[in-house]
Unconditional design. Structure first.
Length: 94
């Protein structure tokens, strides 16, 4: 039995929430560029390994496991960085 490949949309759904929080992120552009580059890089790496497995039939079990842990770590770091630099504006006097 062969699993159906998962499209990129399942990894990118939360990008649509980003415009709601962008006004509240207080992050230097260099930090933001690094976070985005890490995130895009790990997405591309994971999708390359998944492509090799699903479409080319290569035996990539170990690279898939390693890349999956890296994928999880970079996504967690990205979320932590967003949370760390989020600053809700409070009303005056409150």
């Amino acid at each position: 039995m062969q699993a159906d490949p998962v499209s990129l949309q399942y990894f990118l759904w939360y990008i649509f929430i980003l415009p709601l929080i962008l006004p509240f992120l207080k992050m230097r552009w260099t930090k933001a560029a690094r976070v985005i580059a890490q995130w895009v890089g790990v997405q591309a790496l994971w999708l390359k390994i998944a492509y090799d497995l699903e479409f080319l039939g290569k035996d990539v079990k170990l690279p898939l496991v390693v890349t999956s842990y890296l994928f999880l770590a970079v996504n967690m770091i990205t979320l932590f960085d967003i949370c760390r630099h989020y600053q809700e504006e409070r009303p005056l006097g409150g």
